[in-house]
Design a protein around this ligand. Structure first.
Ligand code: COA
Ligand code: AMP
Length: 630
């Protein structure tokens, strides 16, 4: 058996041969003309000239090969007390019927469809039905507010919205329909139809002429067949936070994506057809796209849609109950979920109630994994716990421990080594490589491997500017870190204004825009402060306009509500301090990173360019009052 090092080397030296071989595992309507078209703009494209259908490869291919009875999807919902199971045949038939209902609304190849759904099987069906028609889906996480939905509607201009009447959070029912109505009202672009899954406990009122009942639309539809598309055609757009308030529409293609995910299932996760693979995330995030829906189904695994939380639904044994009840072999979640379980069940008493002998490994990603959390899980599970690093933009792991090939030694705090096709370099500001052990920009030498974003939706220019312009010939990840003498990668921080709250990526700039729009606010800065559970939390420092004399408590509550209403509960924005001014350099740049260091008790030095050093004392005092800084 070749080693990881041999396989990696081959992928870098002979990418064409490497990925052509990986592509053989899928069904192609027409083979590619070029494995890698290096002339394509703004980036080289994989499998140019090839044609395939991602839904066919995820569902029909297994049915046609005689595996229709195999379990494709398990829906486990502690919040509604339900478990449902779908075979590949059943899931394929339901997806074909839904695709028929979508096509009946005039949606075809290349048209966009917004999906705004809770964690129910219909969310998976919605994504796969779009893929079946060659339509481009854009899933919006249920924790985003109407304004965020409206921004995405205007950017991708969908013909159709697929949604449900409500989502169920442990403490409340979230009515989706009023959010959709408000978003469509706010957006300039108007989708022509909405198909709404009515679910207890809350039915939605449907708007005649625009809204259709999901079940009725599906019952009336003729099942639709798979539409072959170009390998380079977009499969989906997924919006993610950038430095500004406007989210970036990350585009994923069909061919490279299917090939990369199929390869990753066997080689990174060690998961094969028939295995139960569970990513405890949400379809609204990239982890949900890649490893709840497409990866496991492309590999013929059984995937799990879990509508619940790590704790409180009903207790911190929830994850282990699911693992033992459904025979999960490989599990994937965010470190924050493990921290939440560890906090409520430090000795693993809930965990001890379940037979976890079938579990082979636990993978963690989405944020930095602190060594304590990793060790806690390792000791209690007695299985490899693997940290791996990736981003919405890449769609699959940049660095990991490839258990399907061989297990490399685990170093807590590092996501291990670069995965195939990723040529990871640490660069300084001048574009020179940093020596071993020294920090710099984590960059990927072009071309990126299959599966990574080819561009941003309708915005090649922003793509070039955000990712390709800092270091010509390299993709800029936005993370800073270093490589050690064993080529292990260490991710230390972001280099931009992105923060990571409970594994969710947020832009401080976006929160600042909302705060700044309050009539009483003169200026503001939002920083990410350390949080023991969620990794980071956003904290707003606000300067009021002269003459504003309202109560601080009232104002704080308004600012917090404003962020919740305009970005959504997912922003978890609950910390605000009113200050007299913000620390700035003489050229007017706000000293955010100095404030973060003060809040997080890190050593910091007075910036030489600061215009008024005294202000940092006031900021430190405000932070101390909120339980931060020393
Ligand atoms: N729809 C509507 N609201 C949602 C939502 C959804 N799909 N998901 C979360 N929210 C709401 C929550 O109800 C909460 O609202 P609240 O302020 O009224 O309490 C808010 O958004 C913040 O949610 P969250 O950050 O998830 O915090 P929490 O306190 O509810 O739970 C954890 C804490 C650690 C249990 C939770 O963050 C968790 O499970 N994280 C896993 C992260 C993950 O899977 N990330 C994906 C990347 S791999
Ligand atoms: P997202 O696009 O939401 O998946 O967020 C990607 C970002 O999360 C990365 O750029 C990192 O900043 C962070 N991240 C993801 N995985 C890891 C990891 N294993 N270690 C450290 N940071 C991570």
């Amino acid at each position: 058996m070749p080693t990881y090092a041999e396989i990696y080397q081959r992928s870098i030296e002979h990418p064409g041969a490497f990925w052509a071989e990986a592509a053989e595992g899928l069904h192609w309507e027409q083979r590619w003309e070029q494995v890698l078209d290096r002339t394509a703009q703004p980036t080289p494209r994989w499998f140019a000239g090839g044609r395939l259908n991602t839904c066919y490869n995820a569902l029909d291919r297994h049915v046609d090969a005689g595996h229709g009875e195999r379990l494709a999807l398990i829906y486990d919902s502690p919040v509604t007390d339900q478990i449902q199971r779908y075979s590949y045949q059943a899931l394929r038939d339901q997806v074909a019927a839904l695709a028929g209902a979508i096509a009946a609304q005039g949606v075809g190849r290349g048209d966009r469809v917004i999906i705004y759904m809770p964690m129910i099987p219909e969310a998976a069906m919605a994504m796969l039905a779009c893929a079946r028609l060659g339509a481009i889906h854009s899933v919006v996480f249920g924790g985003f507010a109407a304004r965020e939905l409206a921004t995405r509607i205007d950017d991708c201009q969908p013909k159709l919205v697929l949604s449900a009447s409500c989502g169920i959070e442990p403490n409340r029912t979230v009515a989706y329909k009023p959010l959709i109505d408000a978003a469509i009202e706010q957006a300039t672009h108007k989708p022509t139809a909405c198909i709404i899954k009515q679910r207890p406990p809350l039915a939605a009122e449907l708007q005649p002429g625009r809204d259709l009942d999901w079940d009725e639309a599906v019952a009336a539809a003729e099942p639709a067949d798979c539409v072959p598309v170009a390998a380079t055609d977009p499969l989906y757009i997924l919006y993610t936070s950038g430095t500004t308030g406007r989210p970036k529409g990350v585009v994923r293609d069909n061919g490279g994506h299917a090939v990369a995910l199929h390869w990753s299932m066997a080689n990174i996760y060690g998961a094969h057809a028939g295995d139960v693979f569970w990513a405890a995330s949400d379809v609204g995030w990239v982890v949900g796209h890649s490893y709840i829906i497409y990866g496991p189904l492309l590999a013929g695994c059984t995937t799990l849609i879990y509508e619940g939380k790590p704790v409180g639904t009903p207790d911190p044994g929830a994850f282990w109950r699911v693992v033992s009840e459904h025979g999960v072999k490989v599990m994937f979640t965010a470190p924050t979920a493990i921290r939440a379980i560890k906090k409520d069940d430090p000795k693993g008493e809930h965990l001890a109630r379940y037979d976890l002998s079938g579990l082979q490994s636990l993978f963690l990603a989405g944020e930095r994994c602190d060594p304590d959390t990793l060790h806690w899980a390792e000791v209690l599970l007695e299985k490899p716990v693997i940290d791996h690093w990736w981003q919405t933009e890449t769609g699959w792991a940049i660095a990991a421990n490839p258990l399907g090939i061989e297990q490399l030694p685990i170093k807590a705090g590092s996501p291990t080594r670069a995965m195939v096709g990723y040529d990871v370099r640490i660069l300084d500001d001048q574009g020179q490589e940093r020596p071993v052990g020294e920090m710099g920009d984590l960059c990927l030498k072009l071309p990126l491997p299959p599966g990574c974003l080819p561009t941003l939706w309708n915005n090649d220019e922003r793509f070039r500017e955000a990712y390709l312009s800092a270091h010509p010939g390299y993709y800029l990840s936005g993370d800073a870190g270093f490589k050690d003498a064993d080529d292990y990668i260490w991710i230390m921080s972001r280099t931009d204004d992105v923060i990571n709250v409970a594994g969710h990526r947020l832009s401080t700039g976006q929160i600042e825009e909302v705060l700044a729009s309050h009539p009483d606010v003169a200026e503001c800065a939002v920083i990410g402060v350390h949080d023991a559970l969620k990794g980071q939390l956003p904290l707003g420092l606000v300067v009021l306009k002269a003459g504003v004399e309202r109560g601080v408590a009232e104002l704080n509550a308004e600012l917090i509500q404003r962020v919740r209403d305009q970005i959504g509960p997912v922003a978890a924005f609950k910390l605000v301090a009113i200050v007299s001014r913000l620390p700035k350099t003489r050229s007017g740049k706000i000293l955010r990173s100095t404030m973060v260091k003060i809040a997080d008790h890190e050593t910091w030095t007075m910036p030489a360019t600061i215009d008024d050093p005294a202000i940092l004392d006031e900021i430190a005092a405000s932070l101390r009052e909120m339980g931060y800084a020393r």
